[in-house]
Design a protein around this ligand. Structure first.
Ligand code: UD1
Length: 323
């Protein structure tokens, strides 16, 4: 597992949750160059992993080939979860050809038809989406050139919530772009009101609809993918496969705000606004390709855990001075 990703949100949020699950449950070891990461987050992940946390982190920059070689020589890996620039060359030379790549539903652009299946046409509407599309394409190429490679591309929808311990959670720098980190900052008094982007869509209450998935379920999806790749008893032929990760349930902005108000006991003032190029609805088709993942958590738990994290860490991993 590694850093160097272009997406700050995944560095500070999705990755710690996936890493915490991998270290604790399958004794994963993390390589990260600590560029734009929080040392506090790493410490907390190690604490959550208990005994397995002790030797679970190496500061390695993926661009440092010899450091990466050393890392792969010291530890025999069965598979890699990839959050960063492709390191297929080093992996193959150490006999590890199982890869899980964290992609995103952003590769569907703003889909013309919802729900999305894995076959929904791909389109990049921003640079972040373009990098995900390119890396997916590189993964397909790696598999085509050497069919021994088994690769799972996970396209996830909107991760929200936090680790139920309240130890790790979302901590964006600056003004949050995404809904729930903004809501949590309003709840702790760091911002006066949430701007609701659009109230005249043809959705249940006029506001945008998304497929929110608890970040812990998202992390479980990564573990399920790894197990699928490494299962010696599996008869399934895995090439380079795509799985959507979400719940298949659409929730509007106002429904999300109401659920968060209930979980937190805080009033979230709202004002109206618009984000250019925003999508009306985006969610996945239930019963798609599926990976053995039954999402455990609903909107109520997502908001409960988001608030648990926010109330214990109103300034994330930092302090009022560092924000
Ligand atoms: C965002 C990302 C996308 C990423 C996805 C999942 C952008 C432009 N897109 O899209 O690349 O794959 O998250 O992580 O960042 N909303 C408000 N007020 C706000 C913020 C959001 O009303 O201050 C609304 C939006 O209009 C939308 C919903 O909340 O209806 C969710 O927005 P957001 O959290 O930004 O996710 P996406 O738009 O799905």
């Amino acid at each position: 597992m590694s850093n160097n990703s272009g997406d700050r949100r995944s560095r500070l949020y999705r990755k710690p949750h996936c890493v915490a699950a991998a270290v604790r449950r399958i004794h994963g070891v993390v390589a990260d160059n600590l560029d734009n990461s929080s040392a506090v987050a790493i410490k907390r992940v190690q604490e959550l992993a208990g005994e397995f946390g002790k030797n679970s982190f190496r500061q390695v920059d993926l661009r440092d080939r010899s450091a990466l070689e050393k890392f792969f020589s010291e530890i025999k890996f069965d598979a890699v979860i990839h959050f960063a620039g492709l390191k297929a060359v080093v992996m193959a030379s150490h006999g590890c050809k199982n890869l899980v790549f964290s992609s995103s539903a952003t590769v569907y652009g703003w889909p013309k038809e919802v729900p999305c299946t894995e076959e929904t046409p791909l389109a990049a509407v921003n640079p972040y989406g373009r990098t995900k599309l390119f890396i997916e394409e590189i993964c397909r190429g790696v598999h085509r050139s050497d069919p021994e490679w088994k690769i799972i591309l996970l396209r996830y929808f909107n991760p929200v919530g936090a680790h139920p311990s309240g130890h790790i959670g979302e901590d964006p720098r600056g003004i949050p772009n995404n809904l729930m980190p903004f809501v949590q900052q309003v709840a702790v008094g760091r911002r006066p009101a949430l701007t609701v982007f659009g109230n005249d869509y043809s959705t249940k209450d006029g506001t945008g609809v998304r497929d929110y998935i608890h970040v812990v379920d998202l992390a479980d999806g990564h573990i399920a993918a790894l197990r699928k790749l490494s299962d010696p008893n599996s008869t399934a032929v895995i090439g380079c496969e795509v799985y959507n990760l979400g719940t298949g349930k659409g929730t509007s902005v106002l429904e999300m705000v109401t659920a968060f108000e209930k979980a937190s006991g805080k009033k979230i003032p709202i004002v109206a606004g618009r984000r250019p190029g925003d999508a009306e609805s985006c969610m996945l088709q239930k019963g798609g390709a599926g990976i053995e993942l039954e999402g455990k958590y609903g909107i109520e738990e997502m908001c409960r855990d988001q608030w648990n994290w926010a109330s214990k860490n109103p300034y994330g991993y930092g302090s009022p001075e560092s924000n």
